[in-house]
Design a protein around this ligand. Structure first.
Ligand SMILES: NC(=O)c1ccc[n+]([C@@H]2O[C@H](COP(=O)([O-])OP(=O)(O)OC[C@H]3O[C@@H](n4cnc5c(N)ncnc54)[C@H](OP(=O)(O)O)[C@@H]3O)[C@@H](O)[C@H]2O)c1
Length: 329
């Protein structure tokens, strides 16, 4: 008689309809996992997952999706790639804090809450130190992004339930493919670079910490399946670049010889009136190092930016199944 087949793991991705959610859902679906995406809108792209609607702030029928799930991953949050009007600031904060809070309430209302909660956070929590390399032990910074990151993590600390294993991922700039749900900030950056405008910004020494989506997905997967992972981790490749070097490597990968430099005032005008975004996302930056992941033996598939950009430039199908822990069913 054949041994009974292991039940497929069910993983709920809150805020899973965007760039990172679809990338991770795709990664899990390739492994044969059962995936539920919780979001306000139906994902723009079809895939091997179920969609459950929520409002990200109050209890509803969606709570049933969590009951008996093996893990919840929370990616919910309004994009920070916008002009920081009071309304936008408010929504950036509330979407993160309220979604985390209601997930915690939902966990308390069901018979069988997921044993693992993987929570998105931001490497911007360290602020914008010009040259210091931040690790998990570094103090948080000052300003809007660190304040939001602190509030987000604090809410997670109160929302997580007793006995649940929680992993917080302070994530840097994720570079990846557009699977129909956008590709984050790389979309705009790629267009600028192709127009010959991808040069040094405001001197170019500010840090650009980055991670390839494939490594990001492997880290989330590891956070779900590795019982020793708990607490705060930096999710970023081990070799952050300066803004100048990042753009030089990006131009090289797309074979664009020209990259006009821009001074701070040019970026402030261009970001506001042409790109409709926050100029400080380009003017400032940070260098972070994933110390805990490195200490715990995580091997990055893309440790060097040049390799990561080259893989994304190539018209290859997305990478799957490299060093997976959850295992295909
Ligand atoms: N991409 C990166 O480089 C990066 C780096 C560090 C951290 N992060 C964080 O990772 C998370 C996911 O990033 P992403 O690039 O996938 O973002 P995204 O493409 O903008 O997706 C955001 C997700 O949050 C939901 N959402 C957006 N606004 C919301 C609101 N006001 N209330 C409730 N839900 C809302 C969206 O679904 P609905 O609108 O359908 O509800 C979507 O599922 C975000 O929290 C982001 O800050 C991203």
């Amino acid at each position: 008689m054949n041994p009974p087949r292991e039940r497929s793991k069910r993983i709920v991705i809150a805020g899973g309809s965007g760039f990172l959610g679809i990338s991770f859902a795709d990664h899990l679906a390739e492994l044969g996992k059962s995936v539920v995406i919780l979001s306000r809108h139906c994902p723009k792209v079809h895939g091997q997952w179920d969609h459950v609607e929520w409002d990200a702030r109050s209890l509803g029928d969606w709570v049933g999706a969590l009951d008996g799930a093996d893990a919840v991953v929370n990616f919910t949050g309004r994009s920070v790639d916008c002009i920081k009007t009071p309304d936008h600031r408010d929504e950036i904060l509330r979407s993160r804090v309220e979604a985390t809070r209601i997930l915690g309430k939902a966990m308390r209302s069901i018979a069988s809450p997921p044993p693992v909660w993987v929570q998105m956070s931001t490497a911007h929590i360290y602020g914008d130190p010009p040259s210091v390399v931040c690790t998990e032990d570094s103090p948080s910074g000052i300003g809007l992004a660190p304040e939001i990151g602190i509030a987000w993590e604090r809410e997670f600390d109160s929302a997580i339930i007793a006995g649940q294993r929680g992993v917080v991922l302070r994530t840097s700039f994720v570079i990846g493919r557009d699977r129909g749900a956008g590709k984050g900030a790389m979309g705009k950056l790629g267009i600028l670079a192709r127009l010959g405008l991808g040069g040094t910004v405001a001197g170019g020494s500010q840090g650009m910490s980055w991670i390839h989506e494939h490594d990001m997905n492997r880290i989330v997967e590891r956070a779900i399946s590795e019982p020793s992972m708990e607490g705060v981790y930096i999710a970023s490749a081990p070799n952050p670049e300066s803004q100048e070097a990042f753009m030089r490597k990006l131009r090289r990968s797309i074979r664009m010889p020209i990259g006009l430099p821009a001074s701070e005032w040019m970026v402030r005008l261009g970001a506001r009136f042409l790109l409709r975004t926050d100029p400080e996302l380009a003017i400032y930056g940070r260098y972070v190092r994933p110390q805990r992941l490195l200490d715990e033996g995580f091997r990055f598939r893309f440790a060097e930016l040049g390799d990561a950009l080259e893989e994304l430039r190539c018209d290859q199908p997305p990478l799957h199944g490299y060093g997976t822990l959850l295992g295909a069913n």
